[in-house]
Design a protein around this ligand. Structure first.
Ligand SMILES: *Cc1c(COP(=O)(O)O)cnc(C)c1O
Length: 416
């Protein structure tokens, strides 16, 4: 029996295990179905604790971490909640939390990288990122030596730091434009010979990797929560939490009710909120004004089969819009009460929780999982030198020759 199968949610057919789209068309996400029906944690390091529910056939021993879930006391009491669990993703050695790029993007990069190695992939992996994904893939590629092209909006280049001294395999290209411009340039380059796309939300390894947040939370808390809070940009983490909940419900030992997804977005740039509420279009100036630009994605996987809309409907979930002030206040409250610094995006989830408590959407005794998607960067800087990754090439989104320039520069560098 296979460890897992990958199926299309529309036609139901089993697909080739590494495919990113259904052979019948592009209107559906693929989903992994594991032969292990129950969650059995292993004693392997980092994320590989959840090996049985990851679509991989081996592990990368070095460098991965995992979510650390703990029961909140101070924040819980400030909010009048009795059963609040913090699923912390980041660096916090006092709690054994070792996601070395300080966000849950490390949970996506390691399974994705492992699968590239299984395919003996020699092409250059292309990743478009507003910052945190780029850092996570830089970390994984610095360990495995996989060549990596990062395409990042210019304004996010400062977020691409590394704790590794050797990152020769990584090419950082900045784009004058936003995350969407970076995605579209990355897509064009990835379509050319010698390059390969990692797939984003369509990649089951990325989603099942992020789904380990829910696995960790449920194993630690002892059962499925009533509510799950997360800040979203693409919403991929929300989809992943829903998929993991369904597997846990099928396991039989953790309850059968799927947690409600409460997804937070940052005003004025909240496309998922607009799509869900059917309200106005998003400001053309976005991501300007957003609390953290990793939360802005112009084309999130909302209506696609198995996407954010299905996840919200299936769980009775909701989307929250959070102002800058609310996010800043929530960040302060969290950092003061829990004693660890946040990546700003994570504060948007905290602010969503505060809104939900005020609105009575959650009850004091209900079990709540708060996904802290990133934290501990300041804590990490106390222990490590965070080295800025040098920019390899800078291009403009309006430049029609941008992709040729990127490819030519990389080829020249590689052959030198
Ligand atoms: C990417 C990211 C998010 C949003 O994640 P999605 O589920 O992909 O929308 C939230 N917080 C942090 C810190 C992130 O890096």
């Amino acid at each position: 029996m296979n460890k897992y199968n990958v199926k299309c949610l529309l036609c139901g057919e089993v697909q080739e295990p590494y495919s990113l789209a259904c052979s019948q068309g592009d209107d559906s996400l693929l989903r992994t179905y594991y032969s292990a029906e129950q969650l059995e944690p292993t004693d392997m390091p980092g994320i590989w604790r959840y090996y049985n529910w990851l679509p991989v056939e081996g592990i990368i021993e070095e460098g991965s971490g995992r979510t650390i879930t703990y029961k909140s006391e101070k924040l819980a009491s400030a909010l009048g909640l009795d059963d609040l669990w913090i699923a912390f993703n980041g660096y916090w050695p006092e709690k054994d939390a070792y996601l070395m790029t300080c966000t849950f993007k490390d949970l996506e990069s390691f399974p994705t990288m492992q699968r590239l190695m299984e395919q003996d992939e020699k092409r250059i992996m292309v990743v478009a990122s507003a910052g945190n994904t780029a850092r996570a893939f830089t970390h994984a590629c610095s360990i495995t030596g996989q060549p990596l092209l990062l395409v990042v909006p210019e304004g996010s280049a400062h977020k691409i730091w590394s704790i590794h001294e050797d990152d020769r395999s990584v090419f950082l290209v900045t784009v004058k434009g936003d995350y969407f411009d970076a995605i579209s340039l990355a897509g064009k380059v990835a379509a050319r010979d010698g390059f390969v796309n990692e797939g984003g939300a369509k990649n089951v390894a990325r989603r099942d990797g992020m789904g380990t947040v829910m696995l960790d939370a449920v194993l630690t808390a002892g059962g499925l929560p009533d509510h799950y809070f997360q800040a979203v940009g693409s919403g991929t983490g929300g989809i992943a939490a829903w998929e993991a909940s369904m597997r846990l419900a099928d396991d039989g030992r953790f309850g059968e009710h799927l947690p409600k997804l409460h997804l937070g977005q940052s005003l004025p740039c909240a496309p998922l909120y607009s799509l869900w509420k059917g309200t106005d279009e998003v400001d053309a100036a976005c991501p300007e004004g957003i609390y953290d630009n990793v939360l802005f994605n112009r084309k999130p996987p909302f209506a696609v089969k198995g996407g954010v809309k299905d996840a919200l409907e299936a769980t009775g979930g909701d989307v929250y819009a959070v102002s800058r002030q609310e996010a800043a206040d929530a960040q302060q409250l969290f950092e003061d009460s829990e004693g660890i610094d946040l990546i700003p995006a994570a504060a948007v989830a905290v602010a969503g929780l505060i809104q939900a408590v005020k609105a009575g959407n959650v009850k004091p005794d209900e079990r709540i999982v708060l996904n802290i998607t990133g934290g501990g960067q300041k804590r990490l800087a106390e222990d490590y030198e965070l080295r800025q990754l040098p920019v390899f090439l800078s291009v403009s989104a309006d430049d029609e020759d941008a992709e040729d320039k990127v490819i030519a520069a990389i080829m020249e560098k590689i052959s030198a």
